[in-house]
Design a protein around this ligand. Structure first.
Ligand SMILES: [Zn+2]
Length: 396
């Protein structure tokens, strides 16, 4: 919600009025200079929404504040145009209402549009979440990155490199929502004080690396636009795209990286396909390029790529992984129950390239178990297993 600055105000005072930690108020108003607030300026207070209230007989701002357990100074600042001495019966004012439950509640068929709608709402409620586009998909959808935290330790999690593994996207989105809720309500997650992690980490999230592919799996050929005939022919005319892993060009984005790419290409399909085709050359696809550029631009200490399925965590690449990789994966394994596996006969993945390029810990985490695409009925269980890994990413 937005409030208006009155003479003598400070972010510290807003933190007192709202009960929202000062670092979150500062991070929600990065365009403002905290030392030079100007009267009439709008300030965002995260973790609240403004709801309408209709003035009844005998109401005063003081009595309304009392009965809603809100400081009257907060009520004054959210209603800058209301004259406290001239309230009219039937007049509408705004009441600050704390947000205490997640807004992400519908995780089924989690399309790109669903994610964008949820993100708009999340950023409105929690303006300390930063959103940016890191590139565009083949069908010109923005590939969205979120950042949360003001700390110097940069960590990263991504999901939905593979289209049919879209359940990984709402897992990351719900974590972002739960993190924001914990911060604004001073509520620990599994006993951990999240504000500490907010101040020491900047967590980067790309919840949907392959938006065209995800929409194809969920909505069918129509989602492919001008590429409809092309994807139908790759799919042998089958209108069920639930087995699709690739991007809309029929390139497997997680086989696109220059880390033994030739080895992978020699044994994989040599033309576009619903899965496994590594492209005619490494980094030919815009989604793969965007993710490579992101990793080159940021010193991620830890990189996690979420896939499904198998309940395993792959953590090595050709002996190039640093010693910390093993320490971290042991923690991941103990909090999730997933098995840590050092090497696997598969190359050219984002994790492989990340380890090779930066010699820092990179992981492919295979969420859940069963047949892809995993049924959404497994969501809660998968979220609980993965939550420990996402938390460990912050504290390791
Ligand atoms: Zn995968």
């Amino acid at each position: 919600m937005k409030i208006q600055v009155i003479q003598g105000d400070s972010f510290w005072y807003y933190s007192q009025l709202s009960g929202i930690p000062l670092p979150l108020i500062i991070a929600s108003n990065q365009q403002l200079n905290p030392n030079q607030l100007m009267i009439g300026q709008e300030v965002s207070i995260p973790g609240y929404q403004a709801v309408a209230y209709t003035i009844q007989a005998n109401d005063t701002l003081w009595s309304i504040a009392q009965s809603n357990q809100i400081p009257v100074d907060l009520l004054l600042r959210i209603n800058p145009n209301v004259q406290p001495t001239q309230l009219q019966i039937g007049q509408t004012i705004s009441l600050p209402q704390r947000i205490t439950t997640p807004i992400i509640t519908d995780v089924n068929n989690y399309t790109y549009e669903k994610m964008v709608t949820d993100l708009q709402r999340l950023i409105e409620l929690y303006p300390f979440i930063q959103q940016q586009s890191i590139g565009n998909s083949v069908l010109d959808k923005e590939i969205i990155e979120l950042q949360i935290g003001s700390g110097s330790r940069q960590k990263h999690i991504n999901g939905s490199f593979h289209a049919q593994e879209w359940i990984t996207t709402p897992v990351i989105m719900l974590f972002l929502n739960d993190y924001a809720l914990a911060l604004t309500n001073h509520s620990p997650i599994r006993g951990l004080d999240m504000l500490t992690y907010f101040e020491t980490n900047t967590l980067s999230l790309v919840p949907m690396v392959n938006p065209d592919g995800v929409n194809l799996v969920i909505n069918g050929a129509e989602a492919a636009g001008s590429q409809q005939d092309f994807v139908l022919s790759l799919n042998n005319g089958n209108t069920d795209f639930s087995g699709w892993k690739a991007n809309i060009n029929g390139v497997d984005l997680n086989n696109q990286y220059p880390a033994l790419w030739e080895t992978e290409a020699a044994r994989k399909p040599d033309s576009p396909a619903p899965r496994d085709f590594p492209g005619y050359e490494p980094l030919s696809e815009p989604e793969a390029i965007a993710m490579a550029d992101l990793a080159r631009a940021r010193p991620f200490e830890i990189m996690n790529a979420f896939h499904t399925q198998g309940e395993v965590i792959f953590w090595g690449y050709q002996g190039m992984e640093p010693p910390a990789s093993e320490t971290i994966v042991q923690e991941y394994s103990s909090v999730s129950g997933y098995e840590a596996v050092q090497y696997v006969d598969s190359f050219a993945g984002y994790k492989d390239w990340f380890i090779q390029e930066f010699r820092r810990p990179g992981y492919t985490v295979e969420l859940g178990s069963g047949m892809n695409p995993l049924p959404i009925s497994q969501f809660d269980e998968i979220y609980q297993e993965t939550l420990g890994i996402m938390l460990a990413t912050l504290y390791m």
